[in-house]
Design a protein around this ligand. Structure first.
Ligand code: NAP
Ligand code: SF4
Length: 670
């Protein structure tokens, strides 16, 4: 009996037989903007096809110039572009996979001056005002969707997915929030749904029945003036009648003030919204968002929530997710931890997407699988994020690796990060443990290795990934018993009292505030939905209700010396939710403070020109870190050159992302 029988049951979807229930969801990668973009995209998708996924959906391609997300985003609007797409479809088919092109018209989310919308109402997340499409232009846009699908068929795709969620153009037609038209595409619900349905009908008419049409509909809009549950079901039924083969789902418009995919969202939080759609139609339905393990995917299928599961980021994290699950090797899966740090946050910074736990993602051609020209004996000192990444990659490259760790266990700072609510680094550590166990890397824990011993080891290369220690700021009273370090708190070694001041409002300061302010039971789906004002039955406008109130375990104040916005360095796509969550919990951040002293009464500060006393039980230090790398000088004295990576090289702004990237890159350079 296979471990996940439902996940690996074939499914007839329209004219296509899918070999399993795992769909690789659409993700922007920015590869289309790279000079060698087609070759890189082909390698990226083909690796996932070889990894056993049932169906791949590409990132979004616009059907016309107005619908481009950005001026240099991908469009499939001319036969000239077919050749570059054939490179991708041929590679995926050669690898045994199926691939659909996503057609995405950005509407008022477009970041160029030619943007258009259902009406001329700008989005709160885009400073540009869209021009309202005339009725004739709406009809031309419908036609461009159909033409794009026909070009996709010529380019070798197995079907198309019409992007009708997340607040892009099609959503903008459905919602009163963005549609104030007075023609046949505005006003009544039937009129507002017309654009979506006309796009589907025109596309079906153009491509015939032998070509898959998926439609990604918004299962929950999560914005005021969005559709409610009943209207959403009407749309689902109408889409089925119009000729859609498979209904994919999306959650929340991009401008929604509810986090939908970040680590603070519980796994499978949106299952009810998907299940409602599944119960309303007879075509296959795809569940999405925060599904990152085969166990959970199997459970959702078993419970009848959906017929297929969409994994997007989890397939960035591990191209072989499906194959490993099918072969009962789920413990080898490199699990997406929903951090957004290298996928969505990179896109916001105009970089090609990648993955924190898998820095090869989208860079497959730059870091090809294979052995180094000469196998070397390599010592890696430190089994935190940087050292683990380096040691495992070096082993894969054919080197003989010894990994030294002073602590009894691997993980370094990941052992602290995994304590923060929602941060899934326990999975990352499980992955590395399995990889180490299945490799010939010699792991030596529980003893600090010295320079002399390393020198005697006869290594060809020594890598120091010895990490960081917390910075202890020079404040009078820093050795007072009220003072705790962040590592003591997150490790559970010390438990702070009910009144707490946090020195430092960087990433770790916010992590500690989150850890200490988590209300009891807040990790559950219903508590999450209530705290963010989401109606579990989706009945409200856009599926929203008033947020519930919270009972907090302690009072917390955060402090920083600089006067700028607190938490500025947090990720672009998660930082707003972290800040909002802590603000909702009534946690103030005082900026521009100067620390005077810590004594029995609490923390004395100067703030806005006044001396103030914060009467707290504990002061927690989250004031950054310093590198731990004294071993390097000792090695130099022994005549050994060592390479520093991760926090040992530079403690400023060190996080798991930079650590893992550096670890992998160094291993490739050996
Ligand atoms: P950080 O983000 O650089 O923050 C350090 C904090 O300490 C700042 O608020 C700084 O603010 C304060 N500080 C620095 N020197 C100080 C001193 N001598 N006395 C008092 N305060 C001092 O570093 P981190 O919080 O340790 O995080 C490490 C890295 O991990 C960062 O790159 C961070 O972005 C990342 N990280 C990110 C996340 C996330 O995105 N969710 C979570 C955890 C960690 P002032 O100088 O203004 O006082
Ligand atoms: Fe997942 Fe983070 Fe990787 Fe994005 S960067 S795919 S969220 S682990």
């Amino acid at each position: 009996m296979p471990t996940y029988p439902r996940l690996f049951q074939p499914l007839q979807a329209g004219s296509v037989m899918l070999k399993n229930r795992i769909v690789m969801g659409s993700m922007h990668t920015r590869l289309e903007s790279e000079a060698d973009g087609s070759a890189r995209a082909a390698a990226f998708y083909a690796e996932r096809a070889r990894g056993g996924v049932g169906l791949i959906i590409t990132g979004g391609y616009s059907p016309d110039a107005a619908g481009l997300l950005e001026a240099d985003s991908g469009a499939l609007d001319h036969p000239d572009k077919i050749a570059e797409h054939r490179v991708v479809t041929a590679a995926v088919h050669a690898a045994g996979g199926l691939i659909c092109l996503q057609i995405l018209h950005a509407g008022r989310y477009a970041k160029h001056d030619g943007l258009v919308g259902a009406s001329d109402i700008p989005s709160p997340i885009n400073r540009r005002r869209p021009r309202a499409l005339s009725t004739a232009e709406v009809e031309r846009t419908i036609e461009s969707f159909a033409a794009c699908a026909a070009l996709a068929r010529e380019a070798g795709y197995d079907g198309v997915e019409i992007m009708g969620s997340e607040g892009y153009l099609i959503s903008q037609f459905t919602a009163t929030r963005t549609n104030t038209r007075s023609d046949q595409y505005g006003g009544s619900l039937a009129n507002r749904l017309r654009f979506a349905l006309d796009v589907v009908r025109a596309t079906r008419a153009r491509v015939g029945t032998g070509f898959l049409i998926l439609f990604r509909m918004s299962a929950l809009d999560l914005v005021e003036g969005g559709l409610n549950a009943e209207e959403t079901l009407q749309l689902a039924r109408a889409l089925e009648a119009a000729g859609v083969d498979v209904l994919d789902t999306g959650i929340g418009w991009h401008e929604a003030r509810v986090p939908t995919i970040g680590y603070m969202v519980p796994r499978a939080a949106w299952r009810n919204a998907t299940a409602r759609i599944k119960s309303a139609v007879s075509i296959p339905v795809i569940a999405t968002n925060r599904i990152n393990t085969p166990e959970l995917a199997e459970a959702l299928l078993a419970q009848g929530v959906a017929d297929l599961v969409s994994l997007a980021r989890p397939l960035l994290a591990d191209a072989e997710f499906a194959r490993k699950a099918e072969q009962g090797r789920a413990d080898e899966i490199n699990t997406c931890v929903a951090c957004n740090q290298a996928c969505l946050d990179y896109l916001f910074r105009n970089q090609v997407a990648s993955c924190l736990v898998n820095p090869r993602a989208c860079h497959e051609t730059l870091y090809p699988v294979g052995k180094a020209a000469r196998a070397k004996r390599v010592a890696v000192v430190g089994a935190g994020a940087a050292g683990l990444s380096c040691a495992i990659t070096a082993f894969e490259r054919g080197h003989s690796v010894t990994l030294y760790e002073a602590q009894a266990d691997i993980g370094g700072q990941l052992n602290l990060a995994k304590q923060v609510p929602g941060k899934e680094f326990t999975e990352t550590l499980r992955y590395f443990r399995t990889r180490l166990a299945n490799s010939s890397v010699q792991l030596k824990t529980g003893r600090r290795i010295g320079a002399r011993e390393l020198a005697q080891g006869g290594y060809d290369a020594v890598v120091l990934a010895s990490g960081v220690r917390p910075r202890l700021p020079e404040i009078p009273g820093i050795d007072h018993p009220k003072v705790l370090r962040y590592d003591e708190v997150l490790s559970g070694a010390k438990v702070p009292g009910r009144r707490v001041a946090i020195i430092g409002a960087g990433g770790i300061g916010f992590d500690v505030a989150e850890y200490l302010s988590q209300p009891p039971g807040a990790a559950g789906i219903s508590e999450f939905l209530a705290s963010w004002g989401v109606d579990p039955k989706g009945m409200g406008d856009g599926g929203l209700v008033a947020p519930g109130s919270l009972e907090l375990p302690r009072s917390i104040v955060m402090l920083q010396r600089k006067s700028g916005v607190p938490g500025k360095g947090l990720g672009a796509t998660t930082g707003w939710a972290i800040r909002m969550q802590l603000a909702r919990r009534g946690i103030p951040v005082l900026s521009g403070v100067s620390y005077q002293r810590i004594d029995d009464r609490g923390l004395h500060i100067l703030h806005e020109g006044q001396a103030k006393l914060l009467e707290v039980d504990h002061v927690i230090l989250c004031a950054g870190q310093e590198p731990v790398n004294a071993l390097r000088a000792e090695l130099v004295a022994e005549g050994i050159a060592a390479t520093l990576i991760g926090g040992a090289e530079r403690a400023e702004e060190i996080d798991a992302l930079r650590a893992m990237q550096q670890g992998m890159q160094l291993a490739y350079s050996l």
